[in-house]
Write a new protein. Structure first.
Length: 561
């Protein structure tokens, strides 16, 4: 193909393939639409199948054909199928989830066969008797753009609708001032309060801090539906609720919330769902895309890690490596984090740090906590910040704060990369019986090391240091990977964020394996080499054993083989 003249549509690149598709469709009684071909160089055919002659179908070829499958649509004149048929676009869902059954070796006859199968298996008006993958109505509505609403806890967590005397109540929606809501629907909104019978619930921090003060508030009414609306009656349901509304005023937008149990997973599983609808002065209603933040669902995508919800992890050092480890843990489900650091954020920290330039001058620990709350809101209530430089010349009463933090922890992470601090935390971990994960990157971030010590089960950090001090991970030559601050005798090592992230990911994996219960503690040293001694990428990861030192004063009497 001569790209100098520009790319060609698929049917011009592959004329023989195009002729084959035309022959198949014409033999099935479909006709080529000339207008899309002439105006947009798009191939579309229209026709009907023998299994449902009254249903008019449109077959549309994407320009990525045959890599992607042909798409099949019908018109609003035909009733929706009860499964695998989108209400908004009228597209039939062919070839399974994300078209997993489609192959570039197939032709359009396979799409026609799939469409015929759906029309035959899921005709309108029938009942689902098997555990079919559901078609939630909220997934196929045509939403007003660009607008979105969040339902935060504890409002989203309220599940006592069946016990209320009244099936409706009020709520307050707060919108960012991103547009004129009287003229158009746009911006991000959040349900800030709701009345459920005698119980009044309001948004909690950090959700209440997401929106600045210059916001617009509106009052709306919610209606709890015992039966989920369908694609056929959704319009009637909305109009009926609007007719029963008590707070509707013609000089302002009206906000309506439909709350119902929607199918999830399969036809026998449901999830409480909110659907926000806005009515305008002309009597028209527009659904708004709505998300519920339900705390119990954080672990739906990783049920193996449910145990992390109650784990308490202390991170000493909130620099580039510590911030990435903390971010990983918060996203994975650890919300009880104890962040210990006292240094401020510098603008150029952002080249490797999880906290951005806008936090310049702020202490790293509280700034990082703010970042973690945006990933896992549970961090706001469950986590603590301690402004302390561990192992420094500070009053003993400040050191006691560290002891309180460690006493309230299940595991401690040393991300300082300072040997004196690691030595000190190694001793404290044995005093408190805490697993210790010491993680660091080498000069230039050429490599990284993660060491695990579990009192009573493994050798300690000092045993690792003696065994591997001369066989550590790759490091940039002295002087080539260092940046010295004026008047400072400790260098900051250069290295890109993705290189630090490699070590943070490995450290996070070892932390999580330790928290949920390690099955094998024979190997406790991860050595990652990103480059060899010449600086050439090698990307090697080793999991190595640590030998107990003879007569180690920490783990000698406690270590059990």
């Amino acid at each position: 193909m001569n790209l100098a003249e520009g790319p060609l549509p698929w049917f011009k690149k592959c004329p023989q393939l195009y002729k084959k598709q035309c022959d198949i469709l014409e033999a099935a009684g479909f006709s080529l639409e000339k207008e899309p071909l002439e105006q947009e160089e798009r191939i579309e055919f229209t026709g009907s199948l023998k299994c449902d002659p009254a249903r008019r179908l449109l077959v549309r070829f994407p320009n990525s054909f045959p890599s992607a499958a042909p798409k099949v649509f019908d018109t609003p004149a035909s009733k929706l199928l009860i499964r695998h048929h989108r209400m908004d676009s009228r597209q039939l869902c062919l070839f399974g989830f994300k078209e997993c059954r489609w192959s570039a070796t197939l032709s359009v006859d396979a799409a026609l066969a799939e469409a015929a199968l759906l029309i035959t298996q899921f005709p309108p008006g029938t009942t689902i008797t098997t555990e079919e993958v559901p078609e939630p109505i909220t997934r196929s509505l045509t939403y007003a753009q660009p607008a979105v609403v969040l339902v935060p806890p504890p409002i989203a967590d309220f599940a006592g609708f069946d016990k209320l005397n009244a099936a409706h109540g009020t709520f307050r929606i707060t919108f960012l001032n991103e547009g004129d809501l009287k003229k158009e629907i746009r911006g991000r909104g959040i349900i800030s309060a709701a009345a459920f019978g005698n119980e009044n619930l309001a948004w909690i921090a950090p959700f209440s801090s997401y929106f600045p003060k210059h916001t617009d508030d509106y009052l709306g009414e919610w209606f709890f539906l015992k039966q989920s609306p369908t694609h056929e009656n959704i319009g009637e349901v909305v109009n009926k609720c609007i007719s029963q509304a008590k707070t509707f005023k013609k000089d302002r937008p009206y906000w309506l919330a439909l709350i119902f149990h929607e199918e999830m997973g399969n036809s026998k599983q449901t999830r409480l769902t909110w659907l926000i609808v806005r009515a305008n002065l002309a009597g028209r209603s527009y659904p708004i895309r709505t998300y519920q933040y339900i705390r119990s669902e954080r672990f739906v995508r990783n049920p193996r890690l449910t145990k992390l919800r109650d784990c308490r992890v202390t991170i000493i050092g909130c620099g580039s490596l510590g911030s990435k480890i903390a971010t990983n843990l918060a996203a994975t489900g650890v919300s009880k984090l104890r962040l210990v650091d006292c240094e401020p954020c510098e603008p150029m920290n952002s080249v490797r740090h999880e906290v951005g330039v806008d936090f310049f001058g702020c202490p790293k620990a509280p700034a990082l906590r703010n970042r973690l709350c945006s990933i896992n809101p549970e961090v706001f209530q469950d986590s603590t910040v301690t402004m302390l430089q561990v192992g420094a010349m500070c009053p003993f009463n400040q050191e006691r704060e560290l002891y309180k933090v460690l006493k309230d922890s299940d595991l401690v992470v040393d991300a300082t990369a300072v040997h004196s601090v690691s030595h000190y935390l190694n001793e404290l971990s044995f005093d408190f019986g805490l697993p210790l994960i010491a993680a660091s990157v080498t000069g230039g971030a050429w490599g990284g090391e993660i060491v695990r010590s579990i009192p009573g089960k493994t050798p300690c950090w000092l045993c690792w240091l003696e065994q591997y001090y001369e066989a550590k991970a790759s490091s940039a030559p002295p002087g080539e990977g260092e940046v010295f601050a004026p008047g400072c005798d400790q260098p900051t090592f250069v290295g890109a964020t993705h290189e630090v992230g490699m070590v943070a990911n490995l450290a996070t994996s070892l932390i999580i394996d330790t928290l949920i219960g390690p099955t094998d503690v024979a190997k406790n040293y991860i050595r990652w080499n990103g480059r060899d001694s010449r600086g050439i990428p090698i990307y090697s990861t080793e999991l190595l054993p640590i030998s107990k030192r003879e007569n180690c004063y920490l783990c000698g009497s406690q270590y059990a083989v």
